[in-house]
Design a protein around this ligand. Structure first.
Ligand code: CO8
Length: 256
């Protein structure tokens, strides 16, 4: 198995574990990620997913180039669709995810990180979409998710030059939420702890509303926001949150 899935209380931890190939994404690894995400979606009590890579060097060095080279056109199309589908599953998981980018995140590896809800980077992490250097373009969502994160001009610069973005720059341009010194897993746990104490269904409504912003025109997005904020308002947790405010006490959310 090249993907490990562990449970730590309310957190699930998915670790790419193929360090000898810098955690590159073969078809088999993509399938394993998809299966692990199905398992996370079915786990009762999980409040967030942490995604990271094994080894000192890499989060994930992208699609497996050695496998990629020998694909037929039909297999290549299937590969792009498989990668996109697996990363969409991550994006649409019922719980938020945090990529803990412990080293290189290139090509499909950067795309995996971008499909997570949040990204934390170790100081030595480096990002890039270097496909152009291989005579390729990104195929697992990078051309769509990168401009949404950093804007079209920066995305074009990064995709057309394939240059490497160090962690500090990634933070400055909004590609990562923060650069974390020290133990990255511990930083991930602390980061997740900042939102997992809130109502799970309401967190999910907030994510869905924000995701809609990337998918739609303003007016349609505002209509979605009106619908989803009304759904949030109707939850028992909203009743509890507002009552706790008036009663000057801490709310006790029950995920309902
Ligand atoms: N695929 C397969 N094997 C890899 C990959 C990869 N992406 N990256 C590294 N490896 C392997 C190396 O071949 C090497 O194996 P071996 O020892 O057997 O030769 C081992 O991992 C260690 O790598 P290096 O010796 O190269 O380590 P360095 O520290 O010298 O360099 C780098 C690290 C800079 C990360 C370098 O390995 C590198 O440039 N890797 C490739 C990065 C890249 O170009 N990624 C983008 C791939 S393309 C992609 O992701 C999307 C394609 C579009 C998909 C379309 C739909 C199918």
């Amino acid at each position: 198995m090249a993907v490990d899935l562990e449970r730590e209380g309310g957190l699930a931890v998915l670790r790419l574990n193929r360090p000898e190939a810098l955690n590159a994404l073969s078809f088999a690894v993509l399938d394993e990620i998809g299966a692990a995400l199905d398992a996370v979606a079915a786990m009762a009590g999980v409040r967030a997913l942490l995604v990271t890579g094994a080894g000192e060097k890499a989060f994930c060095a992208g699609a497996d180039i050695k496998e990629l080279r020998h694909r037929s056109l039909a297999e290549q199309k299937h590969g792009a669709e498989l990668g996109q589908a697996v990363f969409a599953k991550l994006d649409r998981l019922p719980v938020a995810s945090v990529a803990l980018v412990n080293g290189y995140a290139f090509g499909g590896g950067a795309e995996l990180a971008m499909a997570c809800t949040f990204r934390l980077a170790a100081p030595q992490a480096a990002f890039g979409l270097p496909e152009i250097k291989l005579g390729l373009i990104p195929g697992y969502g990078g051309t769509q998710r990168l401009p949404r994160l950093v804007g079209e001009a920066r995305a074009l610069e990064l995709i057309l030059t394939g240059r490497t973005v160090p962690a500090a720059e990634a933070e400055r341009i909004g590609l990562v939420n923060a650069v974390a010194e020290g133990d990255l897993l511990e930083a991930g746990r602390a980061f997740a702890g900042r939102f997992t104490r809130y109502s799970l269904p309401v967190l999910e409504l907030a994510r869905r509303a924000v995701q809609r912003a990337g998918d739609t025109a303003l007016q349609a997005g505002l209509e979605t926001e009106a619908d989803l904020s009304t759904l949030a308002y109707r939850t028992a947790d909203a009743e509890e949150g507002m009552a706790a405010f008036e009663e000057k006490r801490k709310p006790e959310f029950r995920d309902g």
